[in-house]
Design a protein around this ligand. Structure first.
Ligand SMILES: Nc1nc2c(ncn2[C@@H]2O[C@H](COP(=O)(O)OP(=O)(O)OP(=O)(O)O)[C@@H](O)[C@H]2O)c(=O)[nH]1
Ligand SMILES: [Mg+2]
Length: 446
């Protein structure tokens, strides 16, 4: 596959195209995020360049002067073209000098902070002489490195193939015809494309099976109380997940550290049991190809009774990030689910900043995932919010009804238990779904 990123040191030249209606602030925020994305892949940032353009649709992407300037930075055009300056250096020394200077003082990858068409990518690659990525390519690369579960891997592989197929370069120049079984004249390039299409069909079939299995798992949890952690990438969702459940989830100062949803019970254990799920982080300008896979990794949040919005309050762009989260949750029709805003990383804020946030977000909790007291507060608030949504009911359970008391203790909060001749009279607090299920079980047991 042509887009495999090679080690060692990749020096990335980041380019932003400033179109009308985009503010300098937005450009800088987006570039700062791109910087974090490329460093998540292990690239170092060689330089950052911005150019004004009316749109990002121009076939050569940038103006010829700018492209020439960039080609010098990638070493495609030698900046020491003044032959006079080199006239007195012997050829051996000159070669050594050029190769070492090319190795160290040039960018070997160019990354655009926008989406480019396959044709645009090809054009700039030809001019700059190095691998060119757009923002989508970078995010897809991160996703494919970080996906671990079968479902996440299948989804990313599909998105990756969708992205790469139109970008495949016919390096065989389209002339190398092969008389293959599929008919005379089919080029190697066409064969590669066909193989990719077959692979995509196979992945879709496999994904369908995995999704059916996951749906079954989710329906078996339907009566449980679920809380989903949602939020922008790097906000601290996995850190909170670990603190609330003890789950050994991956925590990293990287974007998209988590791509697979993890579900664990809240700990110390509650009655009824409360499940917490850690989900994929959100990002601005999510590549179009990744939207379906991103949405399906958020399926878990659809069953949640409560959404915890985790926000990195120490990030000065957190308001814009919160807007992205809102937007995606609206698309997923989750905007009306009960929610609690958690302003995380307040250990990085001054008392005055915290005070200002209290005024701005009076209903939010300010927390630090490393602070045991804050975690205990979140633990309690989760129980309180869920308790508000539960109803109280009273049942007479005959001693002969097998398994019902077990069901009650695992799914409900028992407020009172009285033993009578005919059975146990229990007063419980539980979700409507759990209560309905219990009614049905009781009817069947008579
Ligand atoms: N200062 C500070 N850092 C925190 C806090 N909580 C988490 N972090 C750090 O923030 C970074 C990201 O944390 P994660 O828990 O991996 O974030 P995430 O939201 O799961 O990120 P993705 O999985 O990439 O979406 C890590 O370096 C954590 O150590 C906190 O309360 N204070
Ligand atoms: Mg995470």
């Amino acid at each position: 596959m042509p887009t495999t990123i090679e080690q060692p040191i990749t020096r990335a030249l980041l380019i932003s195209i400033r179109t009308p209606h985009v503010t300098t602030e937005e450009i800088n925020e987006s570039l700062a995020e791109l910087e974090r994305l490329v460093s998540t892949l292990g690239f170092t940032v060689f330089a950052t360049q911005t150019q004004r353009q009316n749109s990002t649709k121009r076939l050569s992407v940038l103006g010829s002067g700018k492209l020439e300037e960039l080609a010098r930075m990638t070493g495609e055009i030698n900046s020491l073209d003044s032959e006079d300056a080199l006239a007195n250096i012997d050829e051996h020394a000159l070669n050594d000098f050029l190769s070492s200077s090319k190795a160290k003082s040039h960018a070997n990858v160019v990354v655009f902070d926008c989406e480019l068409s396959p044709m645009q990518l090809r054009n700039v690659e030809d001019i700059l002489g190095v691998k060119v990525f757009d923002r989508t390519g970078i995010i897809i690369e991160i996703f494919s490195r970080h996906a671990h579960t079968r479902s996440a891997r299948l989804q990313i592989e599909l998105a990756r193939l969708n992205y790469l197929t139109p970008r495949l370069r016919s390096d065989h120049s389209g002339n190398s015809e092969r008389h293959s079984g599929r008919g005379k004249g089919e080029t190697i390039f066409a064969i590669e494309r066909r193989k990719i299409r077959d692979k995509q069909a196979e992945l879709r079939r496999e994904l369908k099976n995995v999704q059916n299995e996951m749906q079954e798992q989710r329906s078996s949890r339907a009566q449980e109380l679920c809380v989903a952690l949602v939020g922008y990438t790097n906000a601290g969702k996995s850190s909170l997940m670990r603190a609330l459940t003890g789950a050994e989830v991956l925590i990293e100062d990287k974007l998209f550290a988590t791509l697979d949803t993890t579900v664990r019970a809240l700990s110390p254990a509650t009655q009824p049991k409360i499940l917490i799920s850690d989900t994929v982080g959100f990002i601005k300008k999510l590549p179009h190809d990744l939207v379906p896979s991103f949405h399906s990794t958020l399926e878990e949040a659809k069953d949640a009774t409560l959404l915890l919005y985790v926000v990195d309050a120490a990030d000065q762009n957190f308001r814009a990030q919160l807007a992205v989260v809102e937007d995606v949750l609206q698309q997923l029709k989750l905007a009306s689910t009960n929610r609690l805003l958690l302003l995380n990383k307040v250990d990085c804020l001054t008392p005055a900043e915290k005070q200002a946030l209290t005024l701005e977000y009076p209903n939010a909790l300010q927390i630090c995932t490393r602070n045991a007291h804050d975690i205990a507060v979140v633990h309690q608030v989760i129980q309180d919010v869920l308790a508000e949504q539960m109803c109280t009911a009273c049942f007479n359970i005959p001693y002969t009804a097998n398994g019902i008391m077990g069901e009650i203790h695992s799914k409900m909060q028992v407020l009172e238990e009285q033993y009578h001749e005919g059975g146990i009279r229990v007063t419980v607090k539980a979700s409507n779904v759990a209560l309905e299920r219990l009614y049905k079980m009781l009817q069947q047991s008579f």
